[in-house]
Design a protein around this ligand. Structure first.
Ligand code: HEC
Length: 139
């Protein structure tokens, strides 16, 4: 009886972790097509950017600050920034994306090209927009 219960619990746990992994994958798939239509022209296919002109997203210093990423994508960004030791002083307009699309494109860039981050959900977007980030200037 005990063993059956344990097996049942294990099956339930693996079912739920599978389900979660599947959700991130689906979000990243949708995010990939947003990236390929709206971001790739500047940040390039491998997220490598163009040194000194368009900063990289692969292994970027800025991936750690989730709420900053949300603001950069929706409100744009301008001014000086140093990404992985290279200085940029340019500007990027914000994109008119829904909360779902913003979460999807961020899940894609934050978990591709060797990047790894926590899942970002559509419900995280609006609260993140209201926070302040150090040295952040909207477009
Ligand atoms: C027209 C070119 C262009 C497009 C298209 C573009 N960006 Fe940017 N992006 C820039 C520039 C230029 C900067 C640096 C701005 C500065 O120097 O203040 C930047 C900065 C960033 C940063 C912060 C720095 C870093 O490297 O981590 C992120 C994150 C980012 N962009 C994500 C995106 C996403 C996501 C998209 C698509 C929805 C996108 N960008 C589309 C030009 C672009």
């Amino acid at each position: 009886m005990k063993r059956t219960l344990i097996l049942f619990l294990l099956a339930t746990v693996s079912f739920f972790s599978f389900d979660q992994a599947f959700d991130l994958k689906a979000s990243m798939e949708r995010g990939k097509s947003i990236y390929e239509t709206q971001c790739v022209a500047c940040h390039m296919a491998e997220g490598e950017g163009i040194s000194g002109v368009f900063p990289p997203l692969a292994q970027s210093d800025y991936l750690a600050d989730k709420s900053r990423l949300v603001k950069v994508v929706l409100k744009g960004v301008r001014g000086e920034m140093t990404v992985n030791g290279v200085e940029y002083n340019s500007e990027m307009t914000g994109f008119p994306l829904s909360d779902q699309e913003t979460a999807d494109v961020l899940n894609y860039i934050c978990n591709t090209w060797g990047n790894k981050a926590e899942v970002i959900k559509p419900a995280d977007i609006q609260p993140a927009l209201k926070t302040a980030s150090k040295n952040y200037q909207p477009y």
